[in-house]
Design a protein around this ligand. Sequence first.
Ligand SMILES: *[C@@H]1O[C@H](CO)[C@@H](O)[C@H](O)[C@H]1NC(C)=O
Ligand SMILES: *[C@@H]1O[C@H](CO)[C@@H](O)[C@H](O)[C@H]1NC(C)=O
Length: 250
Amino acid sequence: MVLTPWALCLILLSCLSYSEAYDSLDPNGNITIKWDFMSWTPDGYVAVVTMYNYQQCRHIQPPGWQLSWTWAKKEVIWSMEGALVTEQGDCSEFKGNVPHSCKRDPTVVDLLPGTPYNMQIANCCKAGAISTINQDPANAASSFQLSVGRARNTKKTVKVPKNFNLKAPGPGYTCGPAKLVESTKFVNGRRTTEALMTWSLTCTYSQFLAQKVPSCCVSLSSFYNDTVVDCPTCSCGCQNSNTKHRNCVK
Ligand SMILES: *[C@@H]1O[C@H](CO)[C@@H](O)[C@H](O)[C@H]1NC(C)=O
Ligand SMILES: *[C@@H]1O[C@H](CO)[C@@H](O)[C@H](O)[C@H]1NC(C)=O
């Protein structure tokens, strides 16, 4: 008997319990965000930020991801390719060359398919959609490039942003702090290059954060064999969902 990944995911998703603080059926699932330094500039650096969807089943679908963070100091974003910051913020002190964003806590969203080539980079411009690595590895990453100014521009002095927050598109993900990790290697045919430095953080999904009042869930057993995946024998929270003691529904 062969279960396609799709069939298996459909079954697993339907069996999630709302009370879990993490996804018990995909305990190692996460979204890993790599912040790869590509070059240093006179007042900062250029980095490529890539999100990898290492979850078994949870696609991110349009309107897609929204990534935000808080700058450590007074950093600005001179320019961005493959994505945009939703609000420019107060750039009034800049004369002539105005940054793409001066917000202390920028929120970044993906560009849409069909974006002009000069604004694209690899893995961008899919309206924020990211497939899971297990179902569609070729579309399991999303990237954008940013040029950061008013930042320290050496490996030792550059400051890591804080309070990373991922919405995909609603709540549900909790992100840890960004940490220095081994530099990412980029394989391009016979040549491998390396980021100057890489920060990495992971975000994990919790059904409970996504929905405080559980919605009804339906248990399905496998189309092929009803013992392949254990499903609960009833669904909870369907009746009187605003009262404390919820009944099970067969
Ligand atoms: C995130 O998922 C990847 C791929 O499954 C795994 O290698 C990594 O250890 C996970 N990270 C954390 C912090 O769980
Ligand atoms: C269903 O799966 C179980 C466990 O894999 C197996 O023991 C059983 O024979 C299967 N039943 C049928 C009807 O294929």
